[in-house]
Design a protein. Structure first.
Length: 553
């Protein structure tokens, strides 16, 4: 069993130095149980595993019968895990260098469900757990691969690279040299001011800054000006230096936080482009030395879809692999996968729907009438929540915990994003579609498999934009989730097929089933409550249709 649960450095309103606690139980390469803590506590990015784990163990929600290895993922915030009452305790000395191995530690569990108080336990580097989070979704690493993690901070750096060859993992480097461009998304005063956020809300900034950046133009003169002024990263308490220098250089007389301001949109676009250029430039230089055939990439920065697309299009590698949960919620999956790999097991490929803890069994079949009725609701302009089976691993809803609607109406898109979910006007909304429609609407012969996880964006030719007007960004791109075959998600496949054949609707709006600031819904009760609060028209919960009337709100 693997746990990411390092305690934060203080008690804050929002998660601070650690976030997205989770656990994973794996047997011979198969994920038996996985849970992102936020899904049951309803605290977004929850980082208080230490206050919940004793209850989860004592009530049998984390099954610990029989012999097991316990693996803890470390962090720059610490190496020890101690539960709130001290009944579960893991201790280890701090790391000073990467190691391609598990490191033994002292662990004590006082529980009626564990035969012996002292159990065999290890810690794994945050960096190593990130790169191995690829295995449950892509299978064993291909030979001559470069394994990279990039995020805000792991254990001893925010960037790490490993070489994989002949089933050996060799650390290449680990450092903070890319900390500055990454800090645009988690620790830059100007970035936060652009999207009206205070420092404690740093986990909400990356997605909003990326969305806001699509509204602007990445002008080189703004990028040079930002560099010359240290990116205004320290204007937390006094924003006057930015106002004064922006007026002197560009004649700007606006106000920070005005998301309709074209100059500020261009500033956000410059931040995004600088990040892309510095990250891809570093990657190209490293690849020139390593000459790897494949790239396996993880860490929070792997959620930057524009940068991901540039990596794919660069042709630096024969292929690129990213898990659907590259952020910290995927760390326990990577830790468990690493231990299984070290024991000689072949990595098992899983679908992204792994959040299964505390969920009842779901019927494997559903009537054709359900698909037809759902398609009719959507064709008539309805907004429908999907809560079927197991939930997705990671932050992106991929059809099992999604809100869906027809994609050809900007008005419906605004209703879904702004009225139902409470999101900002500038944030893009994504579509889901069959592979044949993705090829047609993008004009591309090949759609990369990573789009299965909504990790890439594609330019939409003008001739096709009206067909999916609600999901085309201001820059003419769309963050497509592609369904390649029916086994990917049978219900979504059948629904898309019906919509296409019956109503000539080629795709669906697909956004996560949650209101702004809340975690994605986990079970049926949460789904029904959230749907009523958001004003959805219906919910499909474990393949049962629940129409909602306005009187239900």
């Amino acid at each position: 069993m693997a746990i990411y649960g390092i305690q934060d450095r203080g008690r804050y309103r929002y998660p601070g130095f650690t976030h997205d606690h989770a656990y994973c139980l794996m047997q011979d390469g198969h994920v038996v149980q996985y849970l992102q803590l936020e899904r049951v506590t309803r605290r977004k990015h929850d980082n208080e595993m230490h206050t919940h784990i004793e209850r989860l163990v004592e009530e049998g929600m984390i099954p610990l019968s029989g012999p097991f290895d316990l693996i803890f993922v470390n962090s720059f915030a610490g190496n020890s895990f101690i539960s709130a009452n001290g009944r579960i305790r893991f201790e280890q000395t701090p790391r000073t260098a990467l190691t391609p191995d598990l490191v033994p530690g002292y662990c004590w569990i006082q529980s009626r469900r564990v035969a012996n108080d002292q159990v065999t336990a290890y810690s794994i580097d945050h960096e190593l757990a990130h790169v191995f989070s690829n295995l449950p979704f892509h299978g064993d690493f291909r030979d001559n691969a470069l394994l990279i993690h990039l995020d805000g901070g792991a254990s001893i750096g925010n960037f790490s690279a490993y070489r994989y060859r002949d089933r050996q993992v060799t650390p290449l480097e680990c450092h903070w040299q890319l900390a500055e461009p990454c800090s645009f998304y988690n620790d830059n005063a100007l970035s936060f001011a652009l999207v009206n956020h205070v420092p404690a809300e740093h986990l909400a900034v990356p997605g909003k800054l990326m969305g806001f950046a699509t509204m602007g133009t990445p002008r080189q003169e703004i990028a040079d000006w930002l560099r010359a002024n240290g990116f205004f990263k320290e204007i937390w308490q006094d924003q006057e230096p930015f106002h004064d220098k922006a007026h002197a250089e560009f004649g700007w007389r606006g106000e920070l936080g005005d998301t309709r301001d074209v100059f500020l949109q261009d500033v956000a676009a410059a931040f995004q482009r600088i990040f892309e250029d510095e990250w891809l430039g570093y990657l190209a230089r490293l690849q020139e030395q390593v000459k790897a055939d494949y790239l396996y990439f993880s860490g929070g920065c792997a959620l930057n879809i524009v940068a991901n697309t540039r990596i794919i299009d660069s042709g630096l590698f024969k292929d690129v692999f990213i898990p659907p949960c590259p952020g910290d919620s995927g760390l326990p999956l990577g830790a468990a996968a690493y231990n299984s790999w070290k024991q000689g097991h072949t990595a098992v490929k899983h679908p992204p729907y792994l959040n299964n803890a505390l969920l009842p069994p779901c019927p494997g079949e559903y009537p054709a009438e359900l698909v037809a009725e759902t398609a009719r609701l959507i064709a008539d302009g309805g907004v429908v929540g999907l809560c079927n089976g197991m939930a997705e691993a990671g932050p992106r809803a991929l059809g099992n915990r999604s809100i869906v609607a027809r994609p050809d109406s900007a008005d419906i898109a605004r209703r879904v994003s702004m009225e139902c979910k409470g999101r900002e006007w500038y944030r893009p909304i994504a579509p889901v579609m069959l592979e044949k429609q993705a090829r047609r609407l993008t004009g591309r012969e090949h759609i990369h498999r990573l789009s299965q996880y909504m990790l890439l964006d594609y330019s939409i030719p003008d001739a096709h934009q009206a067909e999916i007007a609600g999901v085309v960004h201001a820059d003419g791109t769309s963050r497509i989730q592609t369904v390649f075959e029916r086994d990917d998600n049978p219900f979504v496949w059948d629904l898309l097929t019906c919509l296409d054949a019956t109503y000539q609707i080629p795709a669906l709006i697909n956004t996560s089933f949650n209101h702004r600031g809340e975690p994605i819904v986990h079970g049926t009760d949460q789904a029904m409550k959230s749907a009523r609060n958001m004003g959805l028209d219906a919910v499909i919960a474990n393949y049962t249709l629940h129409p909602l009337q306005r009187g239900d709100l």
